[in-house]
Write a protein that binds this ligand. Sequence first.
Ligand code: PBG
Length: 307
Amino acid sequence: MQAPLRIGTRASPLALWQAEHVRNGILRLHPGSTVEIVPLTTSGDRFLDVPLHAVGGKGLFVKEIEDALLDGRVDLAVHSMKDVPAHQPAGLEIAAILVREDVRDAFVSTRYPDPAALPAGARVGSSSLRRRAQLLARFPHLQVDDLRGNVATRLGKMDAGLYDAVILAAAGLKRLGLAERISASLAVEDSLPAVGQGAIGVEIRRDDAATRTFIAALDDPETSLCVHAERTMNQTLGGDCRLPVAALAQRRAGGSLLLRGLVATADGSRILRAAAEGRDASALGQAVAAQLLAQGAAAIIEEITRT
Ligand SMILES: NCc1[nH]cc(CCC(=O)O)c1CC(=O)O
């Protein structure tokens, strides 16, 4: 490939780290190729004062970058898979998913070692209904308040005393060299991660066979399979990323995949859980979604979508 390959990304420090990581991967595969990073501002970055689920959800971080890809302004888009909506726009596809980082949610506090140590009424910052619901289900005496902004902004607000603790993805903290800020990594049984959490995806135009071939080896088949199972569950639920929906697929010692899924009410007063084990990622996603729907997930999703 002669012309420089252009990577579209959000301009946040975490997004730039991830784009740089993909760039390094491509340069390892193809020494001597030229790869440029094109930072783009998304509406998710612009409306920082409104709760994310009120302005259209995490898809806002992805849309403008996908538009640049469709317009041919960039050749690749690098996303946190967690932020990628359940369905790809026509004409685009996720061509590679990189090896997964730590999938867990991380509890960060300068004063308390873990969520169990927080006193009644303590303020926890989180912009995610999924984290909020699972935390309140275990610790109903806490106050969970909306907190947006990039990783450094959120840590800064806690350091300034606006929150007693914040919950963030361990993956983002580790990538930014902030692992020592993690007070406790939350067990996935206590805080089931978001669909795709910890995984970086590379999106291309469906008709761009040259780029697909060029980057194919960036894909980690194991991570791709797990994220596919999680995304199939979400698609079958009709979920979108604003909802308190969680899913995690992991390889079992015997070789099969275990997919766990969860749907919660925003206040954590009801939490539906399901799991299935097998080898076919699509079938697992559908089976876990079917179990959640049989427990009443559709009514919860409809209720949250309406409010
Ligand atoms: N919604 C923002 C976002 N998108 C992906 C990550 C973390 C990195 C990842 O999950 O791969 C974060 C920050 C966070 O949730 O703390």
